[in-house]
Ligand binder design. Sequence first.
Ligand SMILES: [Zn+2]
Length: 875
Amino acid sequence: MMGMISALCLRDAFTQTARIVRLGYQGLLLGGGLAVLSSCASEAPNSYAAGVSIELSQDRAETISNVHYDLIFSIPSDVSEPVRGTAIISFILTRAGNVVLDFAQSPNHVLSVRANGGDAEYVVKDEHITIGNVPAGHASVEIEFVSGDRSLNRQAEFMYTLFVPDRARFTFPVFDQPNLKARYELALEIPADWRAVANGERLSREVDGERATVLFRETDFISSYLFSFTAGRFEVVEQEWNGRTMAMYHRETDEERVQRNSQDIFRLHHDAIAWMEDYTGIPYPFEKFEFVAMPSFQYGGMEHPGAILYRSEALFLDPTATQNMHLGRASLIAHETAHQWFGDLVTMEWFTDVWMKETFANFFAAKIVNPAFPEIDHDLRFLLAHYPAAYGVDRTAGSNPIRQPLANLNEAGTLYGAIIYEKAPIVIRQLERLIGAEALRDGLREYLSSYAYGNADWTDLITILNRQSEDDLVEWSRVWVDESGRPRIRSTLVTEEGLITQLVLEQEDPAGNGRYWNQRFDVHLGYRNGETHSLPAHLRGARVDVTGARGRPEPDFILANGAGVAYGSVRLDERSKMFLLDSLENIEQPLLRAVSWLTLWDAVLEGELQPTRFLALVQRVLPVESVEQNVALVLGYLETAYWKYVSASDRAGLAAGLEDMLWQQVEASVSVSERAAYFRAYRGIAITEGALERLYAVWLGDVTVRGLTLTERDLTTLSLELAVRGVDESEDIIRTQRERIENADRQAEFEFIMNAVSADGAARDDFFSRLADESNRERETWVLRGLQYLHHPIRAQNAERYLPVSLELLEDIQRTGDIFFPERWLRTTLSGHQSETAATIVREYLATHSELPARLRLKVLQAADSLFRAQRVVN
Ligand SMILES: [Zn+2]
């Protein structure tokens, strides 16, 4: 009986796998009770879910060490033929039993498996190859396999791997987790006219007819997501800097373009390496330094040790490139180079801490490149790049902490978002202010040298830094990193005969949990005559007395985040608020004006400043704002306030004045980019008859916008904007625009979207109902563009009927869509709504879907924030 149950159990495993090679097969069939039992029993603990779960990774980290991969890949030039390979994986196993490798392919991709030189018992199931009964001690597994193409990026003349975060397992059998670092020995068999680049140095290249075999030296200890190889037709440029030879591979055909850029590209790398060596006290940690300029690379760059990949367009700049583009390239090179130490040499234990490597790479990159661009206001750039986006999530009920638990590496994509990219850099800057630049550097040095070629997490760094700090960094980190949200900060002023006797700053936890955000920043006292005083403050408990303020004349306004450093919802006292509303344009420093706008916007969202009052300020002040970065910020606020936070009747009253101001700015702007920004805003808010007639004339070509060439894409958008407003000629406009578009892809996109703007309700219903079918959501950008018009504020009331189904589709969308799609679906769907009815639909959805996965629920709360807020703000 036992035997039978066990046999069933085994057969179960058989039926779910295509192949199994078995030693001692006879004995099992004969029903040797013990053997069969152990076979079944050992299967249970290894029935790991698909992906790489934290349980599996921890189990492996405890029992497996000293991993070494010997890999051979054969790469055909014909992309329709598969890549094949052999992996010999040796390691030390401290506990006899099953060994689970990650390989996310169907069983027919596994050609053979041998363990310790003999045939192996194995199962291919749920993206794993489980090898049975491996004895403790030195172990070696040899697998022949066929790779999947998913992370190989194969094209006609080249290919490259991109394994971050857990995609090595699509290509070869691997322990695909960052904390099982290994040495890799690689041989690539490639077309003879291809070159190859990998983490290790090239040892040899042997040509045999039309094929070549390239052998690479064994790598240092690296994580699986950092292992990489590239092969194809590439040109190579080498330069020697301070005794180090660096090589750049590229496919750029414009020789002049390569020549013009090469010197800068190598110099920037050299400077970044030198800076990092100096700061960390650790020489460049890998055996060689090469990089590849890849056409249409997915990201700006990827930090594979010794073999960085870049998007080609980001390295090779045109002679007309702007200052910002040069700064962008320098930052990118510094970022990827900094990763060689932070991320590659010392790697996070698990992707929970992926934010760390990204934030520190940016932190170093800024230090490396900023001094070379003295004409750029880096503080303003930092403020505008990070604070509005971070607040956009952190002020909502759906905010998430910087550091989030991760159950399975296949969900690593859901960790990314504004909190990691925008809030985390702010927090690291706070940390540096709190403990001092030198203490931070010393701590980072210790961290990097203690964990070199190994792994560590945030707790390890905080433990080191805590020894250097007077503050309790563990508590600091709990509030800033492990939890979400931001404090409310208030200032109270006491004066006597026009002089300050006391300035107190207080903080409060909006969630009511009594938390204190420990931070150092500068308070600004501002005066009508243009004078400002900056006073350091350290707010760590409930309140702090800013003693430096005593005896100074009573200011006309106080900005607690005057230096653009304080993080929180900073409340304005009445006097400051009135001053800014009357005189914001008289503040001289661009950074202080930007901070004023951020603070006033928070006041609008907190219901402490009427949106109509805010818009009146925008209308008056925008024409005299001279800094383009600030213009872009305020235009964004304008559109949001106008559509989301004022009533339809107020909007009708405000429209003409705002339209006039924006059009005047279109005509008055000096730079093309600013002119384009004003035109987009004008097009975005236009509702009066006069404005719509003007836009129609622009679309017809009867009126030109001086100094602005409208592309086909601009005219397409204009046609949709006119149609959604229901102008008389709508049908005609859409029909004509469709004929105007010549590119087949763009025409298909237009045809997909146009029903969403139709005046015919049945056509809009049809657009929406088709989205229930997964295959109609494949072109996600098309879907989002259509939804934006379907739920346009002008049509919002009518579109409320789509909300319940849109929400019901959410889980299906997460299952089938790209990692960013669920959030974008929600945000776009809710973007145009401000009514109580719409808010009630969302609340009911949340109330009746208690089973909704936690992270998805947060996304709903983030996206619905402006809708819920509109109930309090619109009057
Ligand atoms: Zn990075």
